[in-house]
Design a protein around this ligand. Structure first.
Ligand SMILES: NC(=O)c1ccc[n+]([C@@H]2O[C@H](COP(=O)([O-])OP(=O)(O)OC[C@H]3O[C@@H](n4cnc5c(N)ncnc54)[C@H](O)[C@@H]3O)[C@@H](O)[C@H]2O)c1
Length: 376
């Protein structure tokens, strides 16, 4: 078991990574309450698969638990579901002595954290993260929120959890497609961290077993260590934390251009990372050799993506819209080489277009469908 700390003075907290950690999770939650109860908010699938084991742990520890579950998928991150949760918490007389536990992927932690931040002006909360994407990214750092009809994550708050638990035992039931989406954010960290993590990703892909828990837990540990250190330096994304948006300028525009829900967020991140690598090379050809290995990994993942129609014009329109909405030049996180990210908004439109072209060409020639077996 590994424990990595997010350092934020009095709001510091541990991220526990390992297997068979449910008892540890129960004890961490118990420590947060004196006489209170634990309100568990489950993802629907996670509820069906794991609530019995978790309840047994809380029973053994003598902790009172009240639970509910969410509609599945991104549509749960809505004002309507948040209101339903407020109703449930208030009807059950939630108090500041209680503790709220999110048990699910990024959707569950984003929504639960937002509800925890706003009910009674803030109740403590924690996360049992059950998806790869949640473990490497969404559960850590206290960015919580819901979607608005005009865009994703437009309503939210920074509200740090009291702990995060990433138990590898949750991952075997995750679908191949969700696992691949989680690899999108994981490979983002490989770009930010550099050669060591690229080597681990390469070995993971070569093992042809995307559920290989040894390499997965190593990848989760490396990603969490990086994210924890960035959040510890820049909690509210004023400077350094922006590097975590590597690949995301293209990814957000792609989600918009393809139509929300047609590609998963992590899937668009894979394409966005490829476009960002191409753009880095177009801006400075000397980077081509630095990024060969990284682009090879990304191409391998692109080959497993489901095929969707993407029109370049719509992608560029979505980027222009983003620029208009923020009133600022488009910001890109790019790579000088793996492990050396930099942020720039000084990018000629012609090169943005060219890198989008290159990415779409690879997607249309290599883009396949999600593997039906467990191999990459
Ligand atoms: N707050 C942040 O910093 C941050 C960062 C990145 C992404 N996000 C958000 O995360 C969300 C995506 O998260 P996600 O990819 O985890 O999606 P998700 O929470 O919707 O989970 C994906 C799917 O997997 C199922 N599932 C979850 N755990 C499972 C398990 N162990 N076994 C079987 N099925 C399981 C869920 O029912 C769901 O259908 C997006 O809304 C995104 O905006 C937030």
């Amino acid at each position: 078991m590994t424990v990595i700390k997010v350092h934020l003075d009095k709001r510091s907290y541990p991220v526990v990574i390992g297997t068979n950690t449910l008892h540890r999770l129960g004890r961490l939650a118990k420590k947060q309450i004196s006489q209170g109860r634990v309100f568990i908010i489950y993802d629907a699938q996670v509820f069906a698969l794991y609530s019995e084991s978790l309840n047994a742990v809380f029973d053994e520890l003598g902790v009172d638990v009240i639970e509910t579950n969410l509609p599945e998928g991104e549509r749960a991150k809505s004002d309507r579901v948040a209101r339903r949760l407020y109703e449930w918490l208030i009807t059950n007389q939630v108090s500041r002595d209680d503790f709220i536990l999110a048990c699910g992927g990024g959707v569950t932690s984003d929504l639960t954290g937002y509800v925890a931040a706003t009910i009674l002006r803030g109740v403590s909360w924690g996360v049992a993260s059950t998806t790869l994407l949640g473990m490497v990214d969404a559960a850590i750092g206290g960015k919580t929120g819901i979607n608005h009809r005009k865009g994703k994550n437009l309503v939210g708050a920074f509200w740090q959890p009291s702990f995060v638990v990433c138990d590898m035992g949750f991952l075997p039931t995750l679908s191949h497609r969700q696992m691949l989406a989680g690899m999108g954010e994981t490979v983002k960290y490989a770009g930010l961290i550099g050669e060591t993590m690229i080597g681990v990703v390469k070995r993971h892909l070569a093992s042809e077993d995307m559920y290989n828990s040894m390499t997965l837990s190593r990848l989760v540990r490396m990603s969490v260590r990086y994210k924890a250190s960035i959040v510890s330096q820049d909690e509210r994304e004023e400077r350094r934390r922006m590097v975590l948006n590597l690949g995301h300028t293209f990814a957000h525009a792609l989600e918009h251009a393809v139509g929300y829900g047609k590609l998963l967020h992590g899937e668009t991140v894979i394409l966005g990372l490829y476009a960002a690598a191409e753009l880095s090379c177009l801006l400075k050809p000397a980077r081509v050799k630095n990024l060969v290995a990284y682009k090879t990994i990304l191409r391998r993942l692109i080959a497993m993506l489901p095929r969707r129609k993407v029109q370049k014009e719509r992608l560029l329109e979505a980027m222009a819209l983003d620029k208009k909405r923020t009133g600022q030049k488009l910001k890109f996180v790019l790579l000088d080489r793996p492990g050396k990210p930099f942020i720039t908004s000084d990018v000629p439109m012609e090169l943005i277009e060219k890198s989008a072209d290159k990415m779409l060409k690879v997607y249309s020639s290599e883009g396949g469908s999600v593997a039906s077996n467990s191999g990459y």
